[in-house]
Design a protein around this ligand. Structure first.
Ligand code: ATP
Length: 326
């Protein structure tokens, strides 16, 4: 999976288009400042992951973007238009999944989507049926159409929520914890689906408390901590080299002798070598007649970056990363 893309690729989209821009966005509930002066910029075309421990303000931020919660201060622009003033023209181009997707539980998923679609862009009856069928198919619910939604697992409801968001072929998809309730296979399928949608031109913005999920899916990352946006950066730029290279060789003893003090650790057939240029390490070993089975530059993981950034709050992040908190 490419981790480097952050530039718009869709035909017709202007370089530098903005999907989301907030300025000084703030929400207070009594004494609690849920979101605190957030200036967020999400370029069009990215897959943006909003990370943060439980209670850091992600849901409140996403709700304010959609006009579901009124800000105490600050402003929101979606797809270039001010919200909520232009909600009527902007929201039809935005798909959203926020918390438990609403549904009529005695009806099938298909019937639910037909009802939602009836309130949407319209079109001929056959087109509408195709739109609903396509959305169900894309989220993997095509085969379960007769079952009432109350018999769905949480993961299936989550997929139905995504299918509802897809009915509008949105320019922007906003998802609050989209993999909630999904098993590992469902999470993988969701990742594939969101990547395909993004490659088709949809800007994907999702919140998550799972670093691994965001690292696997997103091209750009924002981190919330206690209501503040403490980081917004391309993932590729965050994952800078550590200055260490892992070398695998069938002859680690000779390799260690050749590389001398540059070797900082050795485990089995793998050496950790301090080196600015991995190619130079390879050249030295090959010149000395040492076979090299593999060579990999070590990069900082998103986990390291976030832990360094959030400092004393790291126990909250760390427990969320292991899936222990939700
Ligand atoms: P989680 O991952 O648990 O969903 P989050 O990052 O989405 O957390 P929010 O749900 O936005 O965080 O909550 C941020 C803070 O605002 C929390 O302290 C929460 O208790 C508070 N909060 C959110 N909504 C309300 C509300 N309607 N009334 C009072 N306080 C609220």
């Amino acid at each position: 999976m490419t981790l480097t893309d952050s530039s718009p690729r869709t035909a017709g989209r202007r370089e530098g288009d903005t999907a989301i821009r907030t300025t000084g966005l703030t929400k207070r509930y009594g004494r609690v400042t849920a979101v605190d002066g957030v200036d967020l910029h999400v370029p069009a075309g990215v897959r943006f992951g909003l990370l943060g421990p439980n209670g850091s303000g992600k849901t409140t931020l996403v709700r304010m973007l959609l006009g579901l919660v009124h800000p105490t201060a600050g402003s929101v622009e979606l797809l270039g238009s001010a919200m909520p003033r232009h909600a009527a023209t902007v929201l039809p181009r935005v798909g959203a999944l926020v918390e438990n997707p609403a549904s009529w539980s005695h009806l099938s998923g298909r019937a639910n989507l037909r009802l939602l679609d009836a309130a949407g862009p319209g079109g001929r009856r056959r087109d509408r049926r195709t739109r609903v069928d396509d959305a169900l198919e894309r989220v993997g619910l095509g085969g379960v159409d007769r079952r009432p939604v109350r018999a769905y697992s949480l993961g299936m409801r989550q997929r139905l929520g995504i299918a509802a968001a897809l009915l509008r072929a949105p320019a922007l998809l906003l998802l609050d914890e989209p993999t909630n309730g999904l098993d590992p296979r469902g999470i993988g399928e969701m990742r594939t689906l969101l990547t395909a949608l993004n490659e088709g031109g949809t800007t994907v913005v999702l919140s998550s408390h799972l670093l691994s999920e965001v690292e696997a899916l997103c091209t750009r990352v924002g981190v919330m901590d206690a209501g503040r946006l403490v980081l917004a950066e391309d993932l590729a730029a965050l994952r800078t080299p550590t200055g260490l290279v892992t070398v695998r060789t069938p002859d680690p003893a000779r390799a260690a002798a050749v590389l001398g003090d540059a070797v900082t650790a050795r485990s089995g057939d793998a050496l950790t070598v301090r080196a600015a240029d991995p190619a130079a390490v390879n050249a030295r070993l090959v010149a000395a007649g040492v076979a090299v089975a593999g060579l990999a530059e070590q990069r900082r993981s998103l986990e390291q970056v976030v832990l360094e950034l959030t400092g004393s709050g790291s126990d909250r992040i760390a427990s969320a990363m292991t899936g222990g908190v939700r």
